[in-house]
Write a protein that binds this ligand. Structure first.
Ligand code: ADP
Length: 617
């Protein structure tokens, strides 16, 4: 029985922990999808700041229109003139590729445009910027006279994500039917002498470089901003120190406006909390990301779900298989893994949703910890109840069994000490025999009731006539009654059949009879009757004894409770008998009723379901 109960408990524990696992993993996933994006991006920026990508120079350099260069153009020769002048010097240095992040769609001053056109003609691998207009329906390109000279036309869009921070660069943009690659990608392609970009659903191939960029995400890549600002030479510096042109030799040059007052596109990067950087620096950073060859790749949904599940599993396992400080230490490790895992992965170029991992770990460890705490408490309560039952058993053995034992002991002593006649010896031997049988029955009854209340015993299902049991009990109780000259008056007893455990039922009825005798003065009458009452039999034992107070009536079924009068009378026993009687009656589907008044006797009635003579209930 114990083993079966233990197995059931283990099963319910297992179910409990599996539920905690499900209840931590699934919400973690949902929360991660719906709420986590913002937190994930913040964590990403934080990691970016604490682990900014370093690496060798990748060959990009800015030729920037800063405030000072602008002031110069205000005097003469205008922005396009300034560009023409600077680019001429740049061309002489022999750059690898030149990307111009200035939209040249409008007609400018004819002389300046002509100068710019002339400068463009000298530049190798020229990429010009184009802009999406008309709500994304078409591209605005540079004037044909310029475009004709360019090797490619690249878009200059970046997508600021949560919190207005520019983390992603879409390498592809489509306006109408016209698809354009990003300015930086075109510059990269040309600088590497690649003719065509090869496409597959999950990546782009530019010469030897494979770029993990999905077609259904606009071929977006995460920009690896460098901690140090991109190397730059301003137009003003180049004008004042023409020898600086040497720095452009064999480099990929991004030309654009960095002056705060003039650059319309300024961006926040994960590295700059408030400081914004100009679009041209972003394009140079995209180029550096490509040229560096190390892309930041997002973990796949399956990987995220898998890792979160592992974390939740580990969190639950910590409490399912360990307890105390070991469980807490393991749970702590799981939490550390959840918090540090995304950082470690970031350092290895994998972006992992921080919030999903952390919530899976926290929900599982807290859930499993709480579950363990509750089950441990329940177990404690159960073992306390077991201890109490055990104590009662000891009580029962020491008190209730003492009477028959004393009788047996005394009788056997009589037999050995004195030379008794044959008849007396037989009488004493009979007494020893009957008392030891009673003892055995008592033990059996007690154990059965214990098992019944612990749910470990199925009630026997015998069918027996109530009269038979009653007569047996009366027979056993009569000698006791006679000693006090108490008479049993048996009234009408229905001819009914009871179903259940005959021995237990006998114990119950016998107990009521002996109580009636014990708590009645000598020379009184105890009435017994068994009236049918619908589907029940009302078996009543009425005495003319000491009776009980009303407030005591509710307590007499508690173990060890004895009324004051009973104790005074010197008859009170252990106070355990009625508690067993009640258990027995309840397990037989019946109930017990008591009426009593002090000095006026008591009436105990067992109301039991019965079968009629034909065996129907
Ligand atoms: P015990 O009789 O061994 O003390 P029981 O559980 O059978 O234990 O009874 C509990 C208490 O109920 C008794 O101690 C007594 O105070 C009271 N009691 C039981 N039966 C009677 C009765 N017929 N008349 C008066 N008091 C009774």
């Amino acid at each position: 029985m114990g083993r079966i109960a233990g197995g059931a408990m283990k099963r319910s524990w297992a179910i409990g922990y599996v539920s905690v696992l499900a209840a931590s993993f699934l919400p973690a996933m949902v929360v991660a999808v719906w709420l986590g994006a913002g937190i994930d991006e913040d964590a990403y920026d934080w990691m970016f700041r604490h682990h900014p990508p370093t690496g060798s120079a990748t060959g990009s350099i800015l030729l920037a229109v800063d405030e000072q260069s602008l002031m110069d153009t205000n005097r003469a020769p205008g922005l396009r003139g300034l560009l023409a002048e600077g680019l001429e010097r740049l061309a002489a240095a022999g750059p690898k590729a030149v990307a111009i992040d200035v939209i040249l769609a409008d007609q400018g001053d004819p002389a300046q445009d002509a100068a710019l056109e002339a400068a463009f003609r000298e530049l190798p691998n020229l990429v010009l910027a184009c802009d999406m207009i008309d709500d994304g329906r078409r591209w605005e390109d540079a004037l044909p006279r310029f475009r004709r000279l360019a090797a490619a036309s690249g878009h200059v869009h970046v997508d600021p994500t949560t919190g207005g921070v520019t983390r992603l660069a879409p390498l592809e943009k489509v306006a109408g039917q016209d698809r354009r690659w990003a300015l930086a990608l075109e510059a990269y392609r040309l600088s590497r002498g690649v003719k065509e970009i090869l496409e597959s659903p999950n990546d782009l191939q530019v010469g030897a470089l494979t770029i993990p960029a999905r077609w259904d995400e606009s071929r977006a890549i995460r920009i690896r901003y460098r901690a140090q600002p991109t190397e730059r030479v301003t137009f003003w510096e180049l004008k004042s120190h023409p020898e600086l042109a040497e720095r452009f030799r064999n480099r990929v040059v991004f030309v654009g406006v960095t002056a705060q007052s003039a650059a319309p596109d300024r961006h926040i990067t994960p590295l700059s909390d408030a400081r914004k950087i100009a679009g041209v620096e972003i394009h140079a950073s995209i180029f550096d990301t490509l040229a560096g060859g190390r892309m930041l790749v997002s973990a796949s949904h399956l990987q995220v779900a898998g890792w979160c599940f592992l974390l939740a599993l580990a969190g639950v396992a910590a409490f399912a298989f360990r307890s105390g400080w070991q469980a807490y230490a393991l749970a702590g490790l799981v939490l550390v893994a959840a918090h540090l895992g995304p950082y470690w992965l970031f350092a290895h170029d994998v972006i992992f949703p921080y919030f999903a991992a952390v919530s899976a770990a926290w929900l599982s460890t807290v859930g499993a910890g709480a579950f363990q705490f509750l089950t441990v408490r329940r177990q404690l309560r159960r073992s306390e109840a077991q201890t109490a039952r055990y104590q009662q058993a000891v009580h029962f053995v020491t008190h209730e069994m003492r009477t028959p034992l004393t009788a047996i002991q005394g009788s056997s002593e009589l037999m050995t000490r004195y030379n008794l006649g044959e008849e007396k010896r037989k009488q004493i031997a009979d007494l020893i025999n009957s008392e030891s049988k009673r003892l055995a029955r008592m033990i059996e009854t007690f154990l059965n009731v214990e098992r019944l209340s612990a749910g470990e015993l199925e009630l026997k299902q015998e069918t027996f006539p109530v009269r038979q049991v009653l007569e047996a009990c009366l027979g056993r109780a009569r000698p006791l009654a006679e000693r006090k000259q108490i008479r049993f008056e048996v009234g009408e007893v229905a001819d009914a059949l009871l179903t259940g455990d005959r021995e237990l039922m006998e114990y119950a009825i016998y107990n009521l009879l002996t109580n009636a005798v014990k708590y009645s003065p000598a020379q009184t009458v105890v009435t017994v009757e068994g009236r049918p009452d619908g589907q029940h039999l009302r078996l009543a034992v009425r005495d003319q004894g000491i009776g009980m107070e009303q407030h005591e009536l509710r307590k007499i079924f508690q173990k060890f409770y004895r009324t004051g009068r009973a104790v005074e009378s010197g008859e009170a026993g252990t106070g355990i008998g009625l508690s067993i009687v009640e258990q027995i009656v309840l397990h037989h589907g019946g109930r017990i009723e008591v009426t009593s008044a002090p000095g006026n006797g008591s009436c105990f009635t067992l109301v039991l379901p019965v079968k009629d003579n034909r065996g129907h209930i």
